[in-house]
Design a protein around this ligand. Sequence first.
Ligand code: DAT
Ligand code: MG
Length: 139
Amino acid sequence: MALERTFAIVKPDAVKDGHIGEILSAIERGGLKIVGLKLTRLTAGICKGFYHEHVGKGFYPELEAFMTEGPVALMVLEGENAILGWRDLMGATDPAKAAEGTLRKRFGASIGRNATHGSDKPESAAFEVSYFFNAFEQQ
Ligand code: DAT
Ligand code: MG
């Protein structure tokens, strides 16, 4: 076990549908600590930097349009094995394939509009946390 920090987003669909509270609640009930939190709106440029590994893929234009369509809640989460723990709470990328009770199953409408984001490995978590949060914004 390792104490880790990971990066999470409540995506524009879930913010618009009024699910911030339920998602924060699932995070806390799931044993993860919210150590950074802010509501903002992504620009196209910020989205490209964040999703740099996906820029150029066929689905990227749709992903950028979605991620910039409205406000998002950004978070830093901390806990033992937080990276995989948060991915487990979210469920599979495609809500249709996500396990019952997971956040993407509960709140996602499609693979393109899937309610939440979570870092997939320690290197991504380090990059994504520092992309959006400075040291003073993490408790
Ligand atoms: P994850 O968000 O589970 O880490 P990913 O990194 O492969 O998934 O992709 C990032 C996001 O891009 C994903 O949450 C939704 C979107 N996406 C991925 N594959 C897609 C596809 N085939 N069609 C539409 N959107 C897709
Ligand atoms: Mg990913």
